[in-house]
Design a protein. Structure first.
Length: 146
């Protein structure tokens, strides 16, 4: 897994943060309630058009939290200020989508597996393997596929 400091990304013209997450029990919410949000891009600056393929606005990804994008199924997290990471949102246990990120823990609601937002590793099962990294990168104020 590679953590990329946002300032470094911006200074170098943009690039990647990779990480993986597996989850499957749905939702495209803010990661705090498990309820789907209308759009992960909901709080994006109204004056700035989102780039093609934008997954979420950086402003919507709280430090210690995350955003679950249902399609493609990716959970985007910010474990520390400026470090944007992505993981598959499909849980390796039985394929549910993870639903939320709380205190740097990515939670699968189906059987309560917990994964680290820092590296996708299993914190507690029943899942026995962590979430796979998903390549994401910063494009302006947005997170896009890498
Ligand atoms: Fe995620 Fe079972 S499918 S814990």
């Amino acid at each position: 897994m590679v953590a990329v400091n946002r300032r470094e990304v911006l200074a170098t013209g943009g690039i990647v943060a990779a990480a993986t997450v597996v989850a499957a029990c749905s939702s495209g919410g803010t990661g705090m309630t498990g309820e789907p949000a209308e759009s992960p891009l909901a709080t994006a600056d109204a004056g700035q058009a989102s780039p093609t393929g934008a997954l979420a606005a950086i402003a919507d990804i709280p430090v210690g939290g995350g955003v679950v994008v249902p399609e493609p199924p990716i959970v985007i997290v910010q474990p520390t200020e400026g470090a944007i990471l992505g993981y598959t949102a499909v849980c390796p246990h039985q394929g549910c989508l993870v639903s939320e990120v709380v205190d740097n823990q990515i939670i699968c609601p189906c059987h309560q597996s917990y994964f680290s937002a820092e590296d996708g590793a299993v914190i507690s099962g029943p899942a026995t393997t962590g979430l796979a990294s998903a390549d994401v990168q910063i494009d302006g104020d947005f997170v896009v596929l890498g």
